[in-house]
Write a protein that binds this ligand. Structure first.
Ligand SMILES: [Zn+2]
Length: 384
């Protein structure tokens, strides 16, 4: 008779390496054909993951979206705001904020599905059913307790942090955000909470929405030093991002010793994005995901959740997020985009599809300015 385990006392390993939370319900989070946040981004991403074989790779699983309930929203959002969205959703028109985030029929349920899917990812990771979770649609980091902002109705990440704290008793949560826009909803939502470390790389707020996230914004009260903002100069490329990331993130995260790591992998900081002035390539996202994967293994039992968040060039979203997913799964992707996916891309966008899947590193002339900011952070904020 064979023993059930050949290593007595060994930690049980999760059967799943990477869980992708995705399904048609998430595509309902769509502000319409004239709006940059369309369902096409998520759909083309999922289809590229499928067509490259990633979703059939060993240890990769797809889990369907789940709808959150009102009570879960109320752990971060105010009752008045939740009521307001529910009413606006019934009407199906008007704006939920100053003019970027229109209401649409079904928007309340669509937003509930985004939040519920992120909570599902938290549960799968925290119960050890998967090492990593990836949500191509989600990471609505501009949502505030009492208002929508920047295409974000409810802040799924903030609701996840609340569950990690109240439901799982976590005392140390690390959040890294490389979307081009400052993750203001998360950063200010926990600005005086020392148990939440935020490290936010974004295009300098003088040039891009929402205008916040200056270098000297480092947290309040007992949380001073747990909020790190790195406003990258416009046109920053892989060279500057990877330099700043390596100088700051591993040391700060090792010092903080998190119980879980979250990555907002918004690819609107990519050179191909139509809404920002940044110039990263896939190399930056792969670098961040790879480094955080290593830190999660070293510090927090592999617990890592990655959100797609922003990104408004559908081909860039599909390519970069598929590359990140493959890196987390340890899966080797083909060099060229599958013909079937390229055909679907042409049909959906009316444009010629790209050919290659991988990209080269980009360099820039912003490194000196980034070095100065990192120097200031090391001197004034970081104790190393
Ligand atoms: Zn963004």
């Amino acid at each position: 008779m064979q023993p059930e385990s050949d290593a007595i006392g060994a930690e049980p390993q999760p059967a799943t390496q990477l869980t992708v939370v995705y399904g048609p319900a998430l595509l309902a989070y769509d502000f319409g054909p004239e709006h940059p946040f369309s369902a096409m981004r998520g759909r083309l991403t999922f289809e590229l993951m499928r067509d490259t074989g990633l979703l059939d790779a060993p240890g990769v699983k797809v889990v369907a979206p789940v709808e959150a309930d009102r009570e879960e929203l109320l752990t971060f959002h105010t009752k008045e705001y939740v009521d307001f969205v529910q009413n606006a959703c019934v009407k199906g028109y008007g704006f939920l904020d100053g003019g970027d985030t229109p209401a649409f029929e079904g928007c309340f349920e669509a937003a509930l599905n985004v939040v519920g899917s992120s909570l599902k990812a938290v549960d799968l990771v925290m119960t050890g059913q998967t090492k990593y979770a990836f949500l191509p649609v989600g990471g609505l980091h501009h949502g505030h307790p009492d208002r929508a902002s920047g295409f974000c109705i409810f802040n799924d990440i903030a609701v996840c942090i609340k569950r990690l704290q109240a439901g799982y008793g976590l005392k140390r949560i690390a959040y890294v955000d490389m979307d081009a826009h400052h993750g203001d909803g998360v950063v200010y939502g926990f600005y005086d909470d020392p148990s939440v470390l935020t490290i936010d790389f974004h295009e300098d707020g003088r040039y891009l929405f929402p205008g916040t996230g200056e270098l000297h914004e480092t947290g309040r009260g007992s949380a001073v030093g747990t909020k790190i903002n790195i406003p990258m100069p416009p046109y920053s490329s892989d060279q500057s991002f990877i330099y700043a990331f390596d100088e700051v993130v591993p040391a700060v995260i090792r010092q903080f010793k998190p119980d879980i790591i979250m990555l907002v992998c918004g690819v609107d900081s990519h050179g191909g994005d139509p809404l920002t002035d940044m110039n990263y390539s896939a190399a930056s996202y792969l670098h961040a995901a790879g480094s955080l994967r290593g830190l999660a293994a070293e510090l927090c039992q592999d617990r890592l959740i990655v959100w797609g968040a922003g990104g408004y060039d559908p081909a860039t979203c599909a390519k970069c997020w598929t590359e990140v997913g493959a890196a987390l799964a340890g899966y080797a992707l083909p060099d060229f985009l599958p013909a079937a996916w390229r055909e679907r891309y042409r049909n959906l966008t009316g444009e010629e599809a790209p050919v290659g899947l991988h990209e080269n590193n980009t360099s820039d002339n912003t490194l000196q300015r980034v070095e100065k900011m990192v120097g200031w952070l090391k001197m004034k904020v970081l104790a190393f």
